[in-house]
Structures are given as C-alpha cells and as structure tokens.
Design a protein around this ligand. Structure first.
Ligand SMILES: C[S@@+](CC[C@H](N)C(=O)[O-])C[C@H]1O[C@@H](n2cnc3c(N)ncnc32)[C@H](O)[C@@H]1O
Length: 310
C-alpha cells in the first residue's frame, strides 16, 4: 500500500546538480531549495526516507486504531521531529516528513496530544507553522528540547496526561541519544511503546571500528557506550576481536544485542528490528506482547509492497 505524503516533484531542485541539492545548514535544512507546497524550509534526505515514514505510519495506524478504546488517552511523542517536509536528494521528490505524516493520518484524531521535539528552535518554529496550517494544533505542538538534556526532555514529556498510553518515536541521525534519556522518558511516561531509529548501517558501520581500535577516538567510544548505556562495551575482548577482523555485520549484531539487553532491563522484553534499506534500523520495543503483535502486523507488507517475512 502506498502512503500519501503529498509527494511532489521539485522542478527547481531537478535543475540543480547533486552538490547544490545537498547544501544544507547546521540544522540539516536545504539552503538552496524551499518547499513547493508552502515555501518553508525542507530537510534534505536520502531515498530511504519514504521507507522509514511508511513503517512508522503503518504502525501508528494499527496502534492508535487498536488502543484508542482501551485507554483514557493516547499520545504520540517524537524526539528529533524535523521541520515536517523533506526532499529526497536523489530524485527531488518533496514529501511530508514523519511529523506531518502523523498529523495527517486518520488516526491522529484518536490522540489526546502529539508532541514533536527537536533541539532546534528554528526547526520547531517551521514545524509549528505547518501544524497550524493543517489545523492540527492544539493537539499537536512542536517543542524545543534536547535529548542531551534528559531533564529538559522529561519536563516536556511530563505534560502528557497520567495513565495514558504513549508511542515514542526517536529519530536521531546518529547513535548519540544517551541511554539515560530513554530511561528518563520511559520512567516518566510509564506506559510507552518505543520505536527507535538506530543508525547501524551508517554511523555504527562507518565509525565503530576506529572508535574501538584507535586510542585517540575516546569521544566516539564514549558516544557509543553512552548510547548503549553500557560502559566498557568497546573494551570487551570479543568486540575488539570483531573490530580487528573488520567483521562489521557481527559488530552491528553485537551492538544491537547490547542495546536490546539494556531495554530489557527497563522491562522492554518484546523487541523487533527492521532494516530501512540497510542504512537505518527501526527498533521496536514494548513491555507488552500485544505491542509486538501490532508491530509485526504493521510489518506484513513492506514499503515496496512485497509481503515481508516475519
Ligand atoms: C533524522 S532528522 C529527523 C527527521 C524527521 N523525524 C523526519 O523523518 O521527517 C533528526 C532531527 O533531530 C534533531 N536533533 C539533533 N540533535 C538533537 C537533540 N540533541 N535533541 C533533539 N533533537 C535533535 C535535528 O534537528 C533533526 O531535525
């Protein structure tokens, strides 16, 4: 099933060469190109972006449709929301990003609150303009907070109603969300299913071997260990051995297993990982079997419309 993200071909973008298309500012927004839909800034993304949005939207529909009658309130929280519209650098297709895909979904009406969090005040201001235009406020709101400051995150998240069920989507570009931020979020919310974009195929694949083997890469080691919530991960004998052999696949697997182990410590015993074209990996985690059943149901038809092996 194809999802409607108000895709439009961007003729101005098509006229530019690849390096011009890819010019972005510090916030990942295109410097040369604005939205054909509303003239506001767009985020420059890779061709895999549709697949990520597809998986999120499929799950959101099943989650909200299946749970709205069982709970007093459902909330959607996205950390790393972006500005709401993006453009694929390879073919210049402009489309809704995750935030607007949720705000325009039929099941958005089932939500009590949708909070879109981003560290950039410019990004949240742009997204808020788009949410206002769509008529999605006040249910939806973009708010500035950083996952590097778990207490800020908690302050924002604590505004949702108690005894609600929450879906939290965490969408960073690299593995730099400290695990302590996840701990704080789930403790604060109590009932939350998690969907986490883990940059295994990009960040981990490219950078973890030097981080493990090079004595000067202390910062990178700290970043990965803080992400995993597992001090000493990079110094484990078996991990050093895999890095020396250059066995990226086994390293990715060990990395994901260490992450899942920490999630289990928080009660998230039901997990599943789906790759987004081998760049990103969407990790679903729930405390309840039902959550996982919904996720697996949402995965039955892959983004390319093929039946997926579960
Ligand atoms: C991959 S993009 C998000 C794209 C968006 N979810 C979508 O698919 O349309 C990651 C976003 O995280 C934001 N970000 C970066 N560092 C952050 C931090 N420390 N806390 C919260 N958001 C952050 C960036 O500004 C960027 O908009």
């Amino acid at each position: 099933m194809h999802i409607d993200l108000r895709q439009q071909s961007h003729t101005e973008c098509l006229k530019r060469d690849r390096s011009e298309r890819e010019e972005t500012d510090a916030e990942g927004l295109c410097t040369n190109i604005a939205s054909v839909l509303d003239g506001l800034p767009v985020r420059c993304v890779g061709e895999w972006a549709y697949d990520k949005i597809y998986r999120l939207v499929q799950y959101f529909g099943i989650f909200a449709g299946g749970m709205k009658k069982q709970w007093d309130a459902l909330n959607y929280i996205e950390i790393g929301s972006g500005p709401g519209r993006c453009i694929i650098r390879e073919d210049c297709t402009e489309m809704d990003g995750t935030a607007l895909a949720i705000a325009r979904n039929l099941q958005f009406a089932s939500l009590k609150k949708a909070i879109f969090i981003d560290a950039s005040s410019r990004v949240t201001a742009i997204l808020n303009q788009r949410l206002v235009s769509l008529g999605s406020t006040p249910t939806a709101e973009a708010v500035v907070a950083s996952y590097e400051s778990p207490s800020d995150l908690e302050r924002v998240i604590a505004t949702v109603a108690p005894r609600s069920l929450n879906l939290v989507f965490i969408d960073p570009t690299e593995c730099d969300v400290p695990f302590i931020a996840i701990e704080r979020v789930v403790r604060c919310l109590q009932n939350a299913d998690l969907l986490i974009n883990v940059a295994l195929g990009t960040d981990v694949n490219r950078n973890i071997v030097p981080a493990i083997l090079s004595p000067t890469h202390t910062k990178a080691r700290e970043k990965y260990e803080s992400f995993l919530g597992t001090p000493g991960f990079c110094a484990r004998e078996e991990i050093i051995e895999l890095a020396k052999r250059g066995d990226h696949e086994a390293l990715r697997r060990s990395f994901a297993e260490a992450y899942k182990a920490r999630l289990r410590d928080l009660g998230y015993v039901h997990t599943d990982i789906r790759s987004v074209r081998h760049y990103y990996y969407l990790l679903f985690a729930s405390k309840n079997q039902k959550g996982l059943e919904f996720w697996l149901k949402s995965c039955k038809i892959a983004p390319d419309n093929q039946r997926e092996f579960l």
